[in-house]
Design a protein around this ligand. Structure first.
Ligand code: ZN
Ligand code: MN
Length: 476
């Protein structure tokens, strides 16, 4: 019996703002516990929340980037539940079908596959429980009230494998980073993903009971967790067990899920509009202003690199992995660098040098001018590919322009035909036996002779010219 896996994705992204969602406390990661708190984010009686405009703008930009409809009037609701990390006893969130800032959108992957988005809404983060080795527990409220965006995929799900889930998450994360709304650091918890997984018999019209997975701290964990969960469910069904709707945790070390709690249903939360917060109204002019400010997004960039420049999917993916890296590439190409050559230098030597020196592109002495210059020196035949590697290394270390380095070190490639011919004739005289072999049909010795000529020229002779002139002289 075959099964179809369906995966819904719920992603929480902490927004990059100066202050928290409803108060003036700084929004930052880490720091001394309970130092970024005030009566509002501690939920003290009598305190009143004020909406953070920058956070609203971030969610609107994301919703537009994800092709969502925008609510003209959007409310905040109270989601009630009791847990120590929630000082007010409720989380301010957004409820209902078309009330969230964005709804009914999609994210398009470079493959052309569209993943439907049900909603993009704004809420606040909770505090963090800390469990001490001596058995006591503490709470850090620095994170309580940090602006949090929730992005939920459509139902029924468009995602049917762990690989697709991973790709969706990768492109969603990149989109948020390009928009500048979230830093995407899964290891710090600023991007958190909770997939829900269900299996159904092939051909079945209804979806199976779903489980939600928590504690997935990396892309690897997301892909592995989904795959294992689907396999666990299939095995349970095969044994005749009945699956139940529940929340399970992922144990990264043991690579298996464990039961956490039976899933709450929405009615348990007693949602109602927050009487302390006014409705948000979105005017066309504001929506259009934000829409016009959107940058070129990763999927569009990937498509431009592959279709206009003929780069491979693999190369395009490496280039768009970071906005600064993609911008460096575009700047080089705009300065006349041949795209394929620029790409090869970047994803090859440049990436390796940055990696080895532990620096990022924005800290490097290499600017787009340097790389465009290097590419031009090679393509015009002024220096060989081998020389270019040395020049690039010097340029990386010193910040000198490749052109200047080549000139100073006398590295310029020898392309003077008559000068090369002199060396060719000398080499043929010294290696008469090899020349004889070639003339008797053993053309394989040509490589040896080319090497000799280049050696005699101290590595400067243009290999293509050496090749041509050798054959010319051998045939004479
Ligand atoms: Zn506060
Ligand atoms: Mn949420």
């Amino acid at each position: 019996m075959g099964f179809v896996v369906s995966v819904g994705m719920e992603v929480h992204a902490e927004l990059l703002t100066k202050t928290k969602m409803f108060c003036g406390c700084p929004n930052a990661f880490g720091g001394e516990v309970n130092t970024r708190v005030c009566p509002v984010c501690l939920g003290l009686p009598g305190s009143l929340p004020v909406i953070n405009r920058a956070a609203v703008r971030h969610v609107l930009a994301t919703a537009l980037a994800l092709n969502c409809s925008i609510a003209r009037r959007s409310l905040f609701h109270r989601k009630n539940y009791f847990y120590p990390d929630l000082p007010k006893g409720y989380q301010i969130s957004q409820y209902e079908e078309t009330n969230p800032i964005g709804y009914h959108g999609h994210l398009e992957l470079p493959t052309g596959k569209r993943i439907g988005i049900k909603r993009v809404h704004l809420e606040e983060d909770t505090g963090k429980l800390l469990h001490l080795p001596d058995g006591r527990s503490g709470i850090d409220y620095n994170r309580a009230g940090v602006p949090l965006m929730e992005i939920v995929t459509d139902f029924p799900p468009d995602i049917h494998s762990s690989e697709e889930a991973k790709q969706y998450l990768q492109y969603l994360r990149l989109t948020l980073i390009y928009l500048g709304v979230c830093d995407g650091k899964m290891e710090q918890g600023s991007l958190r993903c909770e997939p829900n997984i269900s299996i159904a018999e092939e051909g079945s019209k209804s979806l199976g009971v779903k489980t939600e997975l928590k504690n997935l701290g990396s892309f690897k964990a997301v892909a592995l967790g989904i795959q294992h969960e689907a396999e666990r469910m299939e095995a349970a069904v095969a044994k005749g067990e009945t699956l139940r709707q529940e929340t399970r945790g992922w144990d990264e070390k043991a690579e298996r899920s464990y039961p956490m709690r039976v899933k709450e249903f929405e009615s348990d939360y007693r949602y109602f509009p927050d009487p302390d917060l006014p409705p948000m109204k979105f005017e066309d002019a504001f929506i259009e202003e934000v829409r016009n400010s959107l940058p070129e997004l990763p999927t569009a960039r990937h498509r431009r690199y592959t279709s206009s420049f003929g780069l491979s999917d693999y190369d395009a993916e490496l280039l768009i992995a970071e906005p600064a890296w993609a911008e460096f590439f575009d700047a080089c190409v705009n300065k006349g660098g041949e795209p394929k050559a620029v790409c090869n230098w970047m994803n090859g030597d440049f990436a390796k040098m940055l990696n080895e020196s532990g620096t990022v592109v924005s800290e490097s002495r290499i600017t787009p001018d340097h790389l465009a210059d290097l590419v031009a020196l090679v393509s015009s035949g002024q220096i060989s590919g081998k020389m270019a590697k040395e020049v690039f290394e010097t340029s990386f270390a010193t910040g000198q322009m490749p052109r200047d380095i080549a000139q100073k070190q006398g590295l310029s490639q020898l392309s003077d035909k008559e000068a090369i011919r002199k060396i060719v004739i000398a080499v043929l005289n010294e290696n008469a036996d090899s020349a004889q072999k070639y003339r008797s049909g053993k053309t394989g010795v040509l490589g040896f002779l080319v090497g000799k000529v280049i050696q005699q020229s101290s590595g400067r002779a243009n290999p293509q010219l050496v090749n041509e002139l050798l054959i010319e002289e051998l045939k004479r």
